[in-house]
Design a protein around this ligand. Structure first.
Ligand code: ADP
Length: 151
């Protein structure tokens, strides 16, 4: 044997994996809640970033832990500032879809230097958040690859 066959098998597995096979549950907050409450939520949910939606449930932004730290070291009253004032907002949000390959999602994370991507679905009323892909998702897939191929 050369290593070629197993190398091809690994490539086949990697290109077959879709976002929907590995996506996790998104943490979503509404854009009118305060920065203070967003920080509490970040700790409660134990995540690095959260997706922000309008009251109707459409994706409007992303807040990361560093976004929240940046605001928290300023002098603002965090209980009075709504999260939509400081989030990264649409249309500058990088998203993915459940049928995308996991490989393309990983490429987006690296290209944009971000930790997470919302998985979205276009509905009649707007962009709905149905999942998330993070660097942890990619690490989990990396380990699954070694299990599937007895590495
Ligand atoms: P952190 O800032 O905590 O290290 P990230 O690296 O994910 O977390 O975020 C870096 C910046 O990019 C932040 O300002 C954040 O709001 C923004 N960001 C995070 N995820 C996305 C995304 N999917 N699309 C666009 N911007 C994003």
């Amino acid at each position: 044997y050369s290593g070629k066959k197993s190398g091809q098998a690994i490539t086949d597995t990697m290109t077959k994996w879709k976002v929907k096979d590995f996506q996790s549950v998104p943490v979503v907050i509404q854009e009118h809640i305060s920065v203070y409450d967003a920080i509490c939520q970040l700790f409660l949910e134990d995540v690095g970033s959260m997706f922000v939606t309008t009251k109707e449930g459409n994706l409007s932004g992303v807040v990361s832990r560093k976004d929240l730290l940046r605001i928290a070291i300023g002098n603002q009253d965090l209980t009075k500032m709504p999260v939509h004032m400081m989030m990264t907002r649409m249309p500058n949000i990088t998203v993915c879809h459940k049928e995308d390959t996991l490989l393309s999602a990983a490429q987006q994370l690296m290209d944009r230097q971000i930790d997470s991507l919302p998985v979205v679905k276009q509905s009649a009323k707007g962009l709905e958040v149905i999942g998330r892909v993070t660097k942890t998702t990619i690490t989990r897939a990396f380990l699954a690859l070694s299990e599937e191929h007895d590495i």
